[in-house]
Design a protein around this ligand. Structure first.
Ligand SMILES: NC(=O)c1ccc[n+]([C@@H]2O[C@H](COP(=O)([O-])OP(=O)(O)OC[C@H]3O[C@@H](n4cnc5c(N)ncnc54)[C@H](OP(=O)(O)O)[C@@H]3O)[C@@H](O)[C@H]2O)c1
Length: 298
C-alpha cells in the first residue's frame, strides 16, 4: 500500500488538491504565457495558488509586488479564474530584510496585496517569516481585525518554529490552518524539529516549499550519487522521472501535506502531477531518508 494519500486537503473552509502551484518564479511578463502556466496548474487540480507580496523582488522578478500584480492582471482579465482557485498570499517581509508584523505594516501590506491581486479578499494569508520583535498578541489582533473586515478568510504561518506558532495561536480565537516550511529530500529538518508533528497534532495543513530544493533534486546537482541512484531506481520502477519521485517523497508524509510546485513549465507541471499516483512504501521512504541524511537510522 502506498503511503501517499491523493485525496483533497482541507484548509479551513476550503478544499484543495494535494499539490499546489507556487508563484515565486511566476515572473513571465507575457500574459499569454503566464496564463497558460496558471491554467495548466488549475486544470491539473492544483487549485491552491500560493504567492507573496515580496515575490518579484528577487529571482528574476521586476520588483516587490510584481508577481502579485501579474496574477492580478490575469484575474482581472478573466474573472472566472478567481473562482477556480484558493488564493493564498503572504506578507511581513520588508526587503531586503527585516521582517515587520507590526499592526500598521501588516494591515497595509494586506490591503496592498488585495489591490495588486485585484480581489476584495484572499482565501488564505500567511505571515511569511516570524517578526521576533512584534508580540504575538499584537499580530493576533491584526489578523482578527483583517478577518472581521472580510479581507482574509483563513490564516497560516510560514517559516515559524513550532513554539512561535503556538505563541501566536494562543492569542487567536480561530485556528491557524496552514504552515509553510522548507521540506524535501534535501531538507528533512521539519521531520525532526517538531514542525510537522505540530501540524499533525493541531490538524494544520503543511505546505512544503521547494519540494525539488529549487531544482537540484531534479538535476541531481550537489546530491550524494547514492541518493540519486536510489531515486532513479524508484522512479524507473514507478515509471516517472526523478523530479516526480522527489515530489512523491514529500507527499508520503502522514501529515497530508500540499507541496508547492515551483516549475513554470506546463509539461513539468503535468509530469509532477503524477506524483500523487506513485506508490511508495516504508522501505522506499526510509532508504531515501537515510541516503539523504548520509547515515543509517539507529
Ligand atoms: N514560504 C517561503 O518562505 C517560501 C520559500 C520558497 C518558496 N516558497 C513557495 O514554494 C514554491 C516552490 O518553490 P521552488 O520554486 O523553489 O520549488 P521547486 O519545485 O523546488 O523548484 C522549482 C525550480 O526547479 C526547476 N525544475 C523543476 N522541475 C525540473 C526538472 N524536471 N528538471 C530541471 N529543473 C526543474 C524549475 O525550473 P523550470 O521552471 O524551468 O521548470 C524551477 O526553477 C514557490 O513558488 C513559493 O510559492 C515559499
Amino acid at each position: 500500500m502506498s503511503l501517499i494519500d491523493s485525496g483533497k486537503r482541507t484548509i479551513g473552509e476550503f478544499e484543495v488538491g494535494p499539490l499546489g502551484f507556487g508563484c515565486w518564479r511566476f515572473t513571465n511578463e507575457k500574459l499569454d504565457v503566464a496564463r497558460a502556466v496558471l491554467e495548466t496548474a488549475l486544470d491539473l487540480g492544483m487549485n491552491l495558488i500560493d504567492t507573496a507580496d515580496v515575490y518579484g523582488f528577487d529571482w528574476g522578478g521586476q520588483g516587490f509586488g510584481e508577481n502579485e500584480r501579474l496574477l492580478g492582471n490575469l484575474i482581472a482579465d478573466s474573472p472566472n479564474l478567481r473562482g477556480r482557485m484558493v488564493l493564498a498570499t503572504k506578507g511581513g517581509i520588508t526587503p531586503p530584510v527585516p521582517y515587520d508584523s507590526g499592526a500598521q505594516y501588516l494591515t497595509q501590506a494586506v490591503h496592498d496585496s488585495l489591490s495588486r491581486l485585484a480581489v476584495e479578499f484572499v482565501d488564505l494569508f500567511m505571515i511569511h517569516r516570524p517578526d521576533m520583535y512584534t508580540h504575538p498578541e499584537e499580530v493576533a489582533g491584526t489578523l482578527t481585525t483583517l478577518r472581521e473586515a472580510g479581507k482574509v478568510r483563513e490564516f497560516g504561518v510560514s517559516n515559524f518554529a513550532p513554539s512561535q506558532t503556538d505563541a501566536l495561536q494562543k492569542y487567536l480565537d480561530f485556528p491557524l490552518v496552514t504552515d509553510q516550511m522548507e521540506y524535501s529530500l534535501a531538507h528533512l529538518d521539519p521531520m525532526r524539529d517538531g514542525t510537522l508533528d505540530r501540524c499533525m497534532r493541531e490538524g494544520v495543513t503543511p505546505m512544503p516549499w521547494s519540494p525539488l530544493a529549487g531544482g537540484s533534486l531534479a538535476t541531481g546537482e550537489g546530491l550524494d550519487p547514492e541518493l540519486v541512484a536510489k531515486m532513479d531506481e524508484l522512479a524507473e520502477r514507478e515509471n516517472v522521472n526523478r523530479a516526480t519521485l522527489a515530489v512523491a517523497f514529500v507527499l508520503a508524509h502522514p501529515s497530508r501535506p500540499v507541496p508547492l510546485l515551483g516549475t513554470q513549465s506546463p509539461n513539468r507541471l503535468e509530469e509532477q502531477a503524477a506524483a500523487v499516483n506513485v506508490t511508495l512504501n516504508r522501505e522506499d521512504v526510509y532508504s531515501l531518508f537515510q541516503l539523504s541524511d548520509g547515515q543509517p537510522l539507529p
